[in-house]
Design a protein around this ligand. Structure first.
Ligand code: ADP
Length: 568
């Protein structure tokens, strides 16, 4: 059978999967071909779906997850069986943790052999392996169930709290032939995949009553708020209530970081002094001190807006849970607040403004330092200034110091323009996220990468060149994990944290037809970045930093057992 056109009157599993995806508005698949799914990619491409082929499945999965975050449609990752499936699973688990909608479709080996562990080619019980790491996991065992399986996967990925879904399709099902007319009737388009969820009136009253008692209110915007695509209503809510707000890293830009109500520059004070905190699409996980005191005050009360009701009370009591989708909940609250305005005491806003001014001055001083060789702040000052002129550029960011410092230094002006290591603090998302941002939005992307972080997905620079994507990778190269100057305690091997201090990452770009820049001063960095952005071609800027720049574990020193044992 010619795979791209089944014989007259017949179809097969390959075509049905593609038809079901297309019917549901899927226009891009991120993946890596091999047995048994190569023809699935061919059929998809022939049908008009864009297939983006990667060098490693984790990156394909990360791209799919980022596409899901940016578009609210499930990103699709296609992998081969066992090893390819397992590579993709890291990204699937990460998507689930971050609440990004994604579907990993993996081909699998012959069930009769796998289930009796007879030693099939790439033998693995993939469905069982995927289950703990996915929001849902399904297997399609008959071609006539493909429409059902795809519909179920889409619904599971995007409804309620979004997450990663695994869809297992054995090779035999893909090859199964069916009568085309009968098969077409087994497919359907999911109606309203993520229905709105309105809050209960009594929950709204409870939240408004609590907010009205606040003397030091604070709004925390999380990446769930960015995902919700309720940008106008969120901004109106913040501005109408006049409550100071703090964006979590991927919520930066929902309301511009330069907005006078942002208290990002007075974060510690805001957390420790706030008496009523409204969490909008943000969880009280480790990134917010698990709700404990410190960093929060002992008697702080929380309002929490979330689609996932079991999220409430997951760390500490939530005095006013608001179950619903962010757009609907904030619309209802706004209607009420317009007729019954809240007042934010000026003592509180003055206190925050004073601390902000002090911290802003300290930051300006740090950014002005003219260190030779460059350190993180000197390099990031340049990137910050270039990005201020280009608010449309998407920023991808990972690393330890490269992540922690860039998050504070780089202001965002537009929603969903920052993608980073997220809830797990995972390394390796860089190139996958950058590729998805470029593919899904058509806009330029700057990936700000620690040299160690870049290594996890660096080979995808070939993918970036192959698809000619407008991605500039800045490798903040201090020659090590955390830093590059550790001396080994004994022997001749390098210390565990040390990487190649004299690496020229820009040569990777040159190897694949991209532009390479090697910079050692802020002036060179600025010129390279401006040039790379203007050219719109794939580029790597190897930005040489002092190997002594950076601290172990970045801002997470307290989580490093070494410092915990030392009492801090
Ligand atoms: P951050 O890391 O930025 O603090 P989290 O990932 O911890 O953000 O929290 C995101 C939260 O947003 C999750 O609890 C998720 O259930 C919730 N969420 C995602 N989408 C929506 C939505 N449309 N409406 C309401 N809550 C949402």
């Amino acid at each position: 059978m010619n795979i791209q056109s089944a014989p007259e009157g017949l179809t097969d599993g390959f075509h049905l999967v593609v038809d079901a995806l297309k019917l549901n508005g899927i226009d891009t698949i991120y993946g890596l071909v091999g047995i048994p799914i190569t023809d699935l990619a061919r059929v998809a491409q022939a049908s008009g779906i864009r297939f983006i082929g990667f060098r490693h499945e984790t990156s394909a999965g990360n791209a799919a997850a980022a596409a899901g975050f940016l578009t609210r449609k499930p990103g699709i990752c296609l992998t081969v069986s066992a090893p390819g499936f397992l590579n993709g699973l890291v990204a699937l688990a990460n998507a689930t943790t971050n609440c990004f909608p994604m579907i990993q479709i993996s081909g699998s080996s012959e069930r009769a052999l796998v289930d009796l562990q007879r030693g099939a080619y790439e033998e693995l019980d993939q469905l069982s392996a995927a289950r703990p790491f996915a929001k849902a996991a399904y297997r399609i065992s008959r071609a006539e169930d493909i429409g059902l399986g795809v519909a179920r996967a889409i619904r599971a990925a995007v409804s309620g709290r979004p997450g990663g879904v695994y869809l297992d399709i054995p090779g035999a099902v893909l090859a199964q032939a069916l009568d085309a007319t009968a098969a077409a009737s087994t497919l359907w388009r999911v109606v309203d995949p993520a229905p709105r969820q309105l809050p209960a009136p009594e929950a709204v009253e409870r939240a408004l009553d609590l907010l009205a008692t606040a003397r030091r209110p604070l709004i925390v915007l999380g990446k769930g708020a960015a995902y919700a695509q309720a940008d106008t209503v969120i901004r109106r809510f913040v501005e109408t209530t006049r409550i100071p707000f703090l964006p979590m890293s991927m919520a930066k830009g929902l309301v511009p970081d330069t907005h006078p109500q942002s208290v990002a520059a007075a974060r510690s004070l805001a957390l420790s002094r706030a008496d009523v905190v409204m969490l909008i699409g943000a969880r009280l996980n480790w990134l917010l001190g698990n709700g404990e005191s410190p960093p929060w005050s002992a008697d702080v009360k929380f309002v929490q807006v979330d689609v996932q009701t079991c999220e409430f009370d997951s760390n500490r009591p939530i005095a006013a849970p608001l179950a619903g989708d962010i757009g609907s909940v904030l619309s209802v609250l706004l209607d009420r607040i317009i007729t019954q305005p809240l007042a934010v005491p000026t003592a509180w806003t003055d206190e925050l403004a004073e601390r902000k001014a002090r911290n802003d001055t300290a930051m300006r001083e740090r950014l002005a330092e003219d260190a030779h060789p460059m350190r993180f702040y000197s390099a990031l000052r340049v990137i910050r200034e270039v990005l201020a002129q280009h608010p449309e550029v998407y920023v991808v960011n990972e690393g330890a110091n490269a992540l922690d410092i860039a998050r504070n230094v780089i202001d965002m002006q537009m929603p969903r323009h920052r993608l980073d290591s997220g809830t797990w603090g995972v390394m390796g998302i860089g190139m996958g996220y950058a590729i998805a941002a470029a593919i899904e939005t058509g806009q330029p992307v700057i990936a700000i990468e620690g040299d160690s972080a870049f290594g996890f997905s660096g080979m995808e620079f070939e993918t970036i060149c192959r698809y000619r994507l407008p991605i500039t990778v800045v490798v903040l190269n201090n020659g090590g994990v955390y830093r590059g100057d550790e001396v080994a305690a004994s022997g001749t091997d390098p210390a565990p944290t040390v990487l190649s201090a004299h690496a020229h990452h820009e040569k990777i770009a040159e190897a694949f037809g991209g532009k390479g820049y090697h910079v050692i001063t802020p002036v060179q960095l600025e010129s390279a970045l401006v040039d790379a952005l203007a050219s719109g071609t794939p580029a790597i800027i190897d930005c040489v930093l002092d190997p002594a720049a950076g601290v172990e574990s970045g801002h997470l020193t307290a989580l490093n057992p070494k410092s915990a044992a030392a009492g801090g």
